[in-house]
Design a protein around this ligand. Structure first.
Ligand code: ARG
Length: 572
């Protein structure tokens, strides 16, 4: 089913073509939801952009379009405003009809644009032997929301956790292991112990050239297939993955693949050969590099002067491998802002190689605590595990207060959903590219733009339906039609049908925050609906329509939060 903006867009394009034959296909003409209810329900602002090309005043263009009859069946009024805006008002009965279709649709009106299309999502991708910290949560949480959005839109999604499991840290780690490991600690808290020996060995390598050299030797041995080093490497990787898995389970995140950088190791020589054969890579000061002057980017090293392949070479090999294996139309990488240059270089090289796949880097600002940036080095690292524990225990305190009569096991279960949801939402509700300052009070607030607020709204709306069933048992709600009497009902309906627009938009723009904003606004509209019109006391027919509207709001909240990876307990 087409969404309202799609229907209106198609109709406007058609009207433009009929009104101005031979001018063009008007593919850029769009209808969008009005920013402000004062400008109608939808708007078409194309006349302004077309004025220059068509050598006509924008108002004259818009007027000619408005004069075109008959209007689309959805349209009650088209009003010309300002320099050439067309404000669109939808017919109430048409809107109620749309809402009815949406209510009867399991997918809430969202279409399947992704059928037969593949997207590879590269997200989370932590580095082995380092605990995941709060900064990693953004890639995991944003990536997983995109994952859910694309899947729901019908795409074949390949979620690939591209672990950093093959870099220079392994030479350092192997030396650290040989000299400092505490086996007891390694089995009790493996990743912490790996981190400890890594730091010790790293510090030594900074202080001693001899040590540094030995680390490099160990790395070379590993990459050349030395048995003993490979066994150690495998052990480090497995221990780390087990800890990551534990975290993913808590966060409700699943990958289709966990292929680390090591997976591509054997493909690196062929990748480099291809770069050379296509005339892209050249020797420079002993290293092999790709000059990217045309793209106005700095030179990209693909093989270091000591013969080692690097991060860039691995990423190019990874693109080639994914394109050959999955034929995706899009590969999305979710990392922090510091990798912008890296991906700009990789994408430029892939373009020059003639790879048609669209490559997109979704970057985000680093997560901050009020007192500063998180960083492993600065010592104020908050391990993800601790963060989630803290979230759950703070949520438990809230649940105990709001629902003292709830059995303790249920309180705990609700607190888990609320705590984890709060942490995720604090992240997802922001523009990914803004700096996030994490605050417990904001994340767990029952008012304001937070997960608990939306989860609470959901549970409350559910109870309206329960109350109705208690008071009016045996009635078949679905047999009553939806009627939009009050303006707040109309507003709510208009917002509800936009769910079908927001979901694809959030995926396309890689902005789960667009969906979060939508849900927050929905909860706000619902509140004014709930406060301003009678429900159970309304006359029969109106009452059922309103209870059905409640049910639809609840379904959209539930589904929308689920697309963000957030659970919705039935009671809070
Ligand atoms: N392991 C990297 C890091 O933690 C992120 C990898 C992102 N994906 C990629 N294909 N380069 O910084």
């Amino acid at each position: 089913m087409d969404s309202v903006d799609q229907l209106l867009t198609a109709w406007f394009q058609d009207v433009f073509r009929r009104t101005f034959p031979g001018v063009g296909d008007f593919a850029d003409v769009v209808a969008v939801a009005a920013k402000d209810a004062a400008f109608g329900d939808y708007q078409c602002n194309a006349a302004m952009a077309l004025a220059k090309q068509m050598k006509k005043p924008p108002r004259a263009i818009a007027q000619a379009v408005v004069n075109h009859k008959p209007w689309h069946e959805a349209v009650a009024a088209l009003d010309l405003a300002g320099p050439g805006f067309i404000n669109i008002r939808l017919r109430d009965d048409w809107l109620a009809g749309r809402l009815e279709v949406m209510a009867r649709d399991e997918r809430l009106g969202v279409s399947f644009p992704g059928a037969d299309r593949t997207v590879v999502l590269d997200y989370s991708s932590p580095n082995v032997a380092k605990p995941m910290h709060i900064g990693h949560i953004r890639s995991t949480v944003i990536g997983n929301a995109l994952d859910r959005l694309y899947r729901f839109l019908g795409y074949r999604v390949i979620a690939d956790n591209h672990l950093g499991d093959w870099g220079t840290q392994f030479g350092i780690l192997i030396m650290g292991y040989r000299h400092f490991v505490d086996r007891q600690k390694l089995s009790a808290t493996p990743v912490e112990e790996l981190e400890r020996i890594y730091v010790l060995s790293y510090e030594k390598s900074e202080a001693s050239a001899e040590w540094k050299n030995q680390c490099r030797q160990e790395l070379v041995k590993l990459q050349a297939g030395d048995k003993e080093n490979l066994l150690l490497w495998k052990q480090f990787v497995d221990l780390s993955i087990a800890e990551f898995e534990h975290m993913y389970r808590r966060l409700g995140v699943k990958f289709d693949l966990t292929r680390g950088e090591s997976f591509y190791h054997d493909r690196l020589p062929a990748t480099i050969t291809r770069l050379e054969q296509q005339g892209l890579a050249r020797e420079s000061e002993g290293a092999l590099v790709v000059f990217l002057e045309e793209e106005k980017l700095p030179v990209c090293i693909v093989r270091k002067s000591d013969g080692a392949f690097n991060y860039a070479a691995t990423d190019i090999a990874t693109v080639l491998s994914r394109v050959a294996e999955f034929q995706p139309e899009l590969v999305v990488y979710v990392t922090d802002e510091r990798q912008q240059l890296h991906f700009a270089q990789i994408f430029a090289i892939c373009k020059r190689l003639g790879i048609p796949t669209h490559l997109e880097h979704v970057w985000f600002g680093l997560m901050r605590l009020p007192e500063g940036t998180f960083s492993t080095r600065q010592g104020n690292v908050i391990k993800l595990e601790k963060l989630l524990d803290e979230a759950e225990s703070r949520a438990l305190a809230v649940v105990r207060e709001t629902s003292p009569e709830m059995p303790p096991t249920q309180q705990k279960e609700v607190a888990r959903a609320v705590g984890i949801g709060a942490v995720k939402y604090a992240d997802l509700s922001q523009n990914p590219q803004s700096l996030v300052t994490f605050s417990w009070d904001k994340a767990l607030a029952l008012n304001g733009n937070s997960a608990p607020y939306l989860q609470y709204a959901y549970a409350r709306i559910r109870s309206v339906e329960d109350k109705y069933r208690d008071q009016f048992p045996g009635k078949d709600l679905a047999s009553f039609t939806l009627v939009l009497q009050e303006s707040v009902e109309r507003q709510l309906a208009l917002h509800l049908v936009r769910f079908a627009e927001i979901v694809p938009l959030a995926a396309r723009m890689a902005k789960p925050s667009a969906l979060a904003d939508y849900l927050y606004e929905l909860a706000g509209l619902y509140n004014s609906f709930y406060q301003n019109v009678p429900f159970l006391k309304a006359p029969e027919g109106v009452r059922e329509s309103r209870v059905r509207l409640c049910g639809l709001v609840a379904r959209v909240l539930r589904h929308g939060l689920n697309l963000l990876g957030i659970e919705t307990p039935e009671r809070i």
